[in-house]
Design a protein around this ligand. Structure first.
Ligand code: COA
Length: 464
């Protein structure tokens, strides 16, 4: 069942009706493909294509203008060229539309500030809010709304993604499908003349379908840094926020200025702001979604003592290095725990941390060791590592771990997996991810992701 948020953006994310102004008859045009996504992704509310010359588009009755629509309209998606935007926006205001989602480019990002100011003035006059302009649209999967001209079959899940870049946002929509990452919302914010990253984050912080917020940020508008920190502090108290900030280098900053017209600012200022606001910073797209995958499924642990369980000494050592470098404290097991763990491995294994079940380990060894780790009061977090061996099919291991996890999920003890090997390992990773265990193809990515959960935990403890 869909659960809704309570803030004033409720009807943006849960519209009862949507008009697409500039819905085109021609496949391949943005106004056509966006309407097609709304229809085919399965939106259940009213859909009104607006086109001055068409009677019907994609099976829906078309109206020559928004004024001719019989019912109320919560959201109008605007896909007409820039010189027509203000006149259709005024008509929307007269109609009582609540939100304008302006796809059209050719505003502030190319110096056309007057058009932006005029649009904002109309919105204020009629009490409408604006998303955009210069955006690829937005998606809210719990109500099967895909009002973008990006890929259609976005997977449902608890990760929200806000993007200041259009093309990258669209590309990442496709990437999340490929990587089986489930999303609650995708919001393109573009020039942010009204609704900005903070407004959307605040709404999603209250949204019961969202567990973690990811943001691709290029920069903030001038003089909004203080507001950003103060407001995002409130957001991170409720939900983890992961930001990938572009424009880190001098040349990158120049590129940002010409892209969305935002101030990239000095990178160390952003770093300080993120730290103060409790925002987790990612440096690559891969990192952002790695961390999000973990936050989407795992709870904040009771403590930070971490146990590594592996069948390969090498990956255990790599994981140990990364743990030390990223402030993940490795548990020194008590003699009692050591003797219990010793029972799970051949005599030449190691019950210390990393717990090395050896290359001879089968499903049974892993299951026994994992049970002990889940039940031990000494262990707060578990890192499960596996290297492909001929004697243990990774898919069998993944299935057994997923089944075992059903009995321990409610303990809230975080577990993260790093499986290394070939194609069948990829399948195993997929099995684990589907069962709610964040899994990665390397020990480094598993431990780094866990380190972000611990970083967030310590921020929350310090900022109660
Ligand atoms: N009300 C409703 N529909 C109208 C209209 C009006 N006042 N005036 C024109 N239209 C219709 C057109 O007839 C056309 O439909 P048709 O193809 O069936 O004839 C449709 O709206 C689109 O108008 P058109 O003039 O063909 O524009 P376009 O499709 O070439 O371009 C944009 C419109 C918005 C896509 C384009 O101006 C633009 O901004 N593109 C960039 C978008 C972008 O990249 N955004 C950022 C992403 S990150």
């Amino acid at each position: 069942m869909n659960k809704t948020g309570t803030s004033d953006l409720k009807y943006l994310f849960n519209p009862r009706s949507i008009a697409v102004i500039g819905a085109s008859r021609t496949p391949g045009k943005i106004g056509h493909d966006l309407l097609k996504n709304i229809v085919e992704y399965g939106f259940k509310g009213e859909i009104y294509p607006i086109n001055p010359v068409a009677d019907e588009i994609l099976g829906y009755k078309a109206y020559p203008s928004i004024k001719h629509v019989p019912g109320e309209v919560d959201v109008a998606i605007i896909v007409v060229p820039v010189d027509k935007v203000t006149s259709v926006a005024r008509e929307c205001g007269e109609k009582g539309v609540k939100f304008l989602v302006v796809i059209t480019s050719g505003f502030g990002e190319v110096g056309n500030v007057e058009a932006e100011e005029e649009l904002l003035k109309i919105a204020r006059e009629y009490n409408m809010r604006i998303l955009g302009p210069n955006i690829f649209g937005y998606t809210y999967t719990p109500v099967r709304l895909n009002a973008t001209f990006g890929p259609r079959d976005v997977l449902e899940g608890p990760i929200a993604f806000i993007s200041q870049s259009g093309a990258l946002g669209i590309a990442l929509m496709g990437w999340t499908i490929m990587e089986e990452i489930g999303l609650s919302a995708i919001v393109s914010v573009g020039n942010m003349i009204d609704l900005d990253v903070v407004d959307i984050s605040k709404y999603l912080a209250e949204d019961l379908n969202t567990r973690v917020i990811t943001i691709y940020l290029e920069g903030l508008k001038p003089n909004t840094g203080f507001k950003f920190i103060e407001e995002m502090k409130k957001v991170t108290k409720k939900k983890p926020v992961i930001v990938i900030k572009a424009g880190r280098t001098t040349k990158g900053m120049v590129a940002v200025a010409s892209h969305t017209g935002s101030l990239a600012g000095t990178d160390h200022l952003y770093n300080a702001a993120f730290k103060q606001a409790g925002i987790i910073r990612a440096y690559t797209i891969e990192e952002m979604f790695d961390y999000a995958r973990l936050f989407a499924t795992q709870s904040i642990p009771r403590g930070d003592r971490t146990l590594i369980i592996t069948n390969g000494g090498g990956v255990g050592v790599i994981a140990t290095d990364v743990a030390e470098e990223t402030n993940v404290p490795l548990l020194s097991p008590s003699s009692d725990l050591i003797s219990k763990l010793r029972e799970t491995m051949p005599w030449f294994g190691s019950p210390k941390n990393p717990v090395d079940l050896t290359g001879q380990a089968g499903v049974d060894n892993y299951v026994k060791a994992l049970k002990i780790a889940f039940e031990s009061k000494e262990v707060d977090n578990i890192v499960l590592l596996y290297c492909r061996t001929a004697i243990l099919d990774p898919r069998d291991l993944a299935k057994a771990v997923a089944e075992l996890y059903n009995d321990y999920r409610d303990t809230g003890k975080p577990i993260v997996a790093g499986f290394v090997g070939g194609l069948d390992v990829r399948e195993a990773i997929s099995i684990l991810n589907r069962s709610g265990i964040p899994a990665y193809p390397s020990p480094e990515r598993a431990v780094s992701s866990l380190s972000k959960l611990l970083e967030y935990r310590s921020y929350l403890l310090k900022n109660k």
